[in-house]
Design a protein around this ligand. Structure first.
Ligand code: SF4
Length: 345
């Protein structure tokens, strides 16, 4: 059985052509699934009964149901999903005044082992399928009130999305496609630890916002907290960022997890300004979210403020992120996909 949610529009056209069906039928099926949230071929009333029963014989429309939903005191919600093989991933819905951002996962666990991230400490299991990526969005969307709407999608949950490029690009095509979920491409952001060849490939295949997890201003410190830096050091990574084709008037977001005594000095702020010169950028300062077993510490508020002010005074757009959802371990770097007492992330 083929899961329709693992297919791009073009792949569905080819699949239906194999059943002798016209190209436009794929667009009809896509709209039912992604715009009307239908999960049963029988509800696709503009398809003939004969076509619907043939579809039921060879295809399925998968879905995910959250096994657990936790709500933070600040309104952030964390969804735990169990997958068909018993693995689990988490998604986080972050409402603020104007936006409702859904942070989705792309892998079960993560092989990159960034020192400040709980997901990375638990090892790697596997890539998510396109359907598993898309179904996080559909499941959360279905849980919302009629007046609520997901406005932004960020690939900042569990996993490095560029290590799962094929499934992630297919999922992005479904999200931004006019027969798909109809999300504006400037509302979709992919966050990477900095895999240079894949950044280049992503740029050649689709135009979405790019966020780069930078976190240090020297290769020495970055390699200590992000082993991937040994392969793609800061200067090589920033060259790839300079060449990335951003959506209209876009900027690359540089995430900077601030860790006490490691990367939170004004000297770091000065180096950061110099590194990002010439790149349309904004910087997200994220005070480190402590987790059990971590040797790093949260920075002092005064150091975060001084760092922020230094960037601002030197005309670099910066936002200090509040730790949304930290009381339910849903903040940046705290996702672990914990299922029935077993840490699988
Ligand atoms: S920060 Fe991202 S890339 Fe690094 S270990 Fe965590 S999930 Fe993986």
């Amino acid at each position: 059985m083929t899961d329709i949610k693992n297919l791009s529009l073009h792949e569905l056209e080819a699949f239906l052509a194999g059943m002798g069906k016209e190209k436009y039928r794929a667009a009809q099926v896509f709209k039912w699934i992604y715009q009307k949230d239908v999960e049963d071929f029988d509800e696709m009333t503009d398809l003939s009964k004969e076509f619907r029963s043939r579809l039921k014989e060879c295809a399925v429309i998968s879905s995910l149901t959250p096994e657990k939903v936790e709500t933070s005191r600040d309104g952030t919600k964390k969804f735990l999903f169990t997958l068909d093989d018993g693995e689990a991933v988490e998604s986080v819905l972050i409402p603020d005044e104007k936006r409702m951002t859904l942070c989705i996962s792309s892998q079960v666990g993560c092989p990159l082992d960034c020192g400040f991230c709980l997901t990375g400490t638990g090892g790697y299991e596997r890539n998510l399928t396109t359907a598993e990526i898309i179904n996080q969005i559909t499941a959360v969307k279905t849980s919302l009130q009629p007046e609520e709407k997901i406005t932004n999608i960020v690939f900042m949950g569990m996993g490095e999305p560029l290590l799962n490029l094929e499934n992630v690009v297919r999922a992005i095509d479904i999200m931004i496609g006019e027969k798909g979920m109809l999300l504006p491409k400037r509302k979709v952001t992919l966050s990477t630890a900095g895999l240079v060849p894949q950044i280049e490939e992503l740029g050649s295949r689709c135009t979405v916002n790019l966020a780069v997890s930078l976190n240090a201003t020297t290769n020495d410190i970055r390699s200590r907290i992000m082993p991937i830096n040994e392969k793609y050091p800061i200067e090589v990574l920033l060259d790839a960022c300079k060449n990335y084709p951003l959506p209209n008037r876009g900027r690359i977001t540089f995430e900077y997890v601030m860790i006490k005594g490691l990367n939170d000095s004004l000297e770091d702020a000065r180096r950061l300004i110099s590194l990002l010169r010439g790149i349309p950028s904004k910087v997200n300062l994220i005070p480190f979210n402590e987790f059990e077993g971590s040797t790093f510490q949260k920075p002092d508020r005064c150091d975060v403020d001084a760092f922020h002010k230094y960037l601002h005074d030197n005309h670099l757009v910066a936002i200090t992120r509040s730790s949304k959802g930290d009381d339910i371990s849903a903040a940046c770097g705290q996702l672990r996909g914990k299922l029935k007492g077993r840490n699988i992330a």
